[in-house]
Design a protein around this ligand. Structure first.
Ligand code: NAD
Length: 314
C-alpha cells in the first residue's frame, strides 16, 4: 500500500526555519506583514483567517485581515488594495477568491503592487512564472513540489534524475493551482501534461492519468480519481479540498482522489486533510517573508522552488 506523505510534518519543519528568518529580519529592522482581502461572505473566510492568525502569531508576522461587504464596489476594493500597497507594515497581499460576479477580478489583480503580489496573480508575476523565472510561486503549487522534493529526498531518490524521467500529469487548469503546477513541472525539466474537464467529458481522464509517474489532482471534485485512473507505482498528490456530509450530518473534507481505492496501487499518496493544505498555509508566509526581503532590497530566499532558485527582483 502507498506510503502516506505527511504534510503536517513537512509544514512543521518549514515553519521552524521561517520563524528564525522572521526574527533575523526583525533584528535588522525589517518588518514582515501579511494582508488578506475578502469581499463578501461566500468564502469560508472566518476559519481561514483564524488559521492564518494562529500561524502569524507563531511566526512573529503581523497579520491584517481586511473584509469588505458583499456589495462593495470595484473602486472600494481597489482603494483597499492601494492602501495596503502603500502600507510599509504590509509585505504581502492575498486577495481571496472567489470575488463576487460584479467585480472584475483581472482588473483588481492588476492594481496589486507586483512586489507585494505573493500569489503571483498580477500579469507581471504570472508572466515571470510562465517564462520560468518566477518572482513568487503561488503557494499551493509551490507546496505540491515542496512535498514531492521532500519525499524524494527522504526516499533517497536523486531529484533531478527522477524529474527528468517522469511524466507529470496535472488534472485541473486553474490560474491559481493547475497552471502554476505545470510551470513548476517545466522548471524541473519533467515531461508535463495538462488535463482539463473536457478530456473527462469527451474521452475520459484515464488515458492520460494512467500514464503518469506523478499525478497532481486539482479539480475540486470529490473522489474524481479512482483506482483505474492510476498507474501501479505512481506518486499521487491530491490538492482537492471538498466538503462532504456524512450520514450523521457531520461535514468533513475529502480530496479529489478516492484515497482507499488508490492507496493499494500508488507508491506514495498525500492525504486530505493533512497533505498539501498545511504546507500551503505555511508557504503563504514563506512568500510573505520573501516579499519582506525583496522590499528591503535583500536577495531572495534561497529556494527549493526552482532549479536555479528564484531570480532577482526586476
Ligand atoms: P477551480 O475550480 O478554479 O479549477 C478547477 C479546475 O479543474 C478547472 O480547470 C476545471 O476545468 C478542472 N476540472 C473540473 N472538473 C474536472 C474533471 N471532471 N476532470 C478534469 N478537470 C476538471 O479550482 P482551484 O482553485 O484550482 O482548486 C481546485 C481544488 O483544489 C479545489 O478543491 C480547492 O478547494 C482545492 N485547493 C486546495 C488548496 C490546498 O492548499 N490544498 C489550495 C487551493 C485550492
Amino acid at each position: 500500500s502507498a506510503q502516506v506523505i505527511d504534510g503536517r510534518a513537512c509544514a512543521r519543519t518549514l515553519k521552524e526555519g521561517l520563524a528564525d528568518e522572521v526574527t533575523r529580519l526583525a533584528r535588522e529592522g525589517t518588518r514582515t506583514g501579511l494582508a488578506t482581502v475578502v469581499v463578501g461572505d461566500e468564502y469560508a473566510s472566518a476559519a481561514y483567517e483564524r488559521r492564518l492568525r494562529r500561524l502569524a502569531d507563531q511566526l512573529g508576522v503581523a497579520y491584517r485581515p481586511r473584509s469588505l461587504p458583499p456589495g462593495a464596489t470595484q473602486a472600494e476594493l481597489t482603494d483597499t488594495i492601494a492602501e495596503l500597497n502603500a502600507d510599509p507594515a504590509v509585505s504581502g497581499i492575498l486577495v481571496l477568491r472567489p470575488l463576487p460576479p460584479h467585480i472584475d477580478e483581472a482588473a483588481v489583480f492588476r492594481t496589486l503592487d507586483p512586489r507585494k503580489d505573493i500569489e503571483a496573480v498580477h500579469p507581471e508575476n504570472a508572466g515571470l512564472l510562465a517564462l520560468g523565472v518566477p518572482r513568487y510561486v503561488p503557494s499551493t503549487a509551490a507546496s505540491v513540489f515542496h512535498l514531492l522534493d521532500t519525499w524524494l529526498d527522504e526516499a533517497g531518490e536523486d531529484r533531478a534524475a527522477f524529474y527528468h524521467r517522469s511524466l507529470i500529469v496535472v488534472v485541473g487548469r486553474s490560474n491559481t493551482v493547475g497552471k502554476p503546477a505545470v510551470a513548476l513541472g517545466y522548471l524541473r525539466e519533467a515531461t508535463v501534461e495538462s488535463v482539463d474537464e473536457w478530456a473527462d467529458r469527451t474521452h475520459g481522464l484515464g488515458r492520460h492519468t494512467r500514464r503518469a509517474d506523478v499525478l497532481i489532482v486539482a479539480a475540486g471534485k470529490a473522489g474524481l480519481i479512482r483506482a483505474e485512473h492510476v498507474r501501479e507505482g505512481a506518486v499521487v498528490i491530491d490538492v482537492g479540498i471538498n466538503p462532504r456530509r456524512d450520514a450523521d450530518g457531520t461535514v468533513r473534507m475529502v480530496g479529489d482522489v478516492d484515497h482507499d481505492a488508490v492507496a493499494p496501487r500508488a507508491r506514495a499518496l498525500t492525504p486530505v486533510p493533512g497533505g498539501v493544505g498545511p504546507v500551503t498555509d505555511v508557504w503563504l508566509f514563506r512568500n510573505t517573508v520573501h516579499a519582506a526581503r525583496l522590499l528591503s532590497g535583500r536577495p531572495p530566499l534561497p529556494g527549493p522552488l526552482t532549479r536555479t532558485g528564484p531570480t532577482e527582483p526586476l
